[in-house]
Design a protein around this ligand. Structure first.
Ligand SMILES: [Zn+2]
Length: 211
């Protein structure tokens, strides 16, 4: 039996500065206008979890094996993850734009946080103890637990939340990526200078040359 050719794994860009924002940023472009979703199926969700360090190799393999045995369960977790991601994006986008988030979105994140926290564990660390998560096991949603912890931390942080930004190219409907502006003078406008920043710069040049 030959195996189907594997499509190369998508390399996720991690520019948000917080795990929950990198999760929200797995859609490139702008939702509602020109979005490209890179979280295409459960295997992609596992790949993302591995790339951000939420899953180690052994656990990623265990999850993929379980997803193979229980495709319906994996599909359900994938759909939940996407719904959660969209709620996370809407909530943080609202804060970035100084609007009130929708309560139903906050409720969704809050409910998922409660379930995730049932997997929180205290581990023996170098000095005393450290917070970790259930180790081993093959819970299909394990990569979402630290995402939810990250979302909760950012939501209650106050100061950090006030530094939340949406990429400057959202004005033209081109990019809806979110990030925490940790530059010294708080002047970061773009998710990525290399990509969106340069695109905006080139456009300003063009407009100046024309005008
Ligand atoms: Zn951008």
């Amino acid at each position: 039996m030959g195996s189907a050719p594997r499509t190369p794994e998508w390399q996720y860009q991690l520019l948000g500065g917080r795990l929950c924002l990198d999760f929200a940023n797995t859609v490139s472009g702008m939702r509602g206008t020109d979005a490209r979703d890179h979280l295409t199926d459960y295997a992609a969700l596992v790949s993302w979890g591995r790339q951000v360090g939420a899953l180690d190799e052994a656990r990623a393999r265990a999850l993929l094996a379980r997803a193979k045995r229980q495709p319906d369960a994996a599909e359900a977790v994938f759909r939940e993850a996407v719904a959660l991601r969209e709620a996370i994006h809407r909530v943080f986008r609202a804060f970035a734009e100084e609007r009130e988030p929708v309560q139903a979105d906050l409720d969704l994140v809050s409910g998922a946080l409660g379930r995730a926290l049932s997997h929180r564990r205290i581990r023996r660390g170098a000095n005393c103890c450290a917070l970790g998560w259930d180790e081993g096991g093959d819970d299909l949603d394990a990569m979402l637990w630290p995402v939810l912890a990250s979302a909760a931390e950012l939501l209650v942080s106050g100061a950090e939340l006030s530094l939340l930004r949406i990429c400057g190219l959202h004005e033209t409907g081109e990019c809806g990526w979110l990030f925490v502006d940790e530059t010294r003078n708080h002047t970061r406008r773009w998710c990525s200078m290399k990509d969106c920043g340069n695109r905006a710069k080139a456009r300003r040049h063009y407009q100046r040359a024309r005008g």
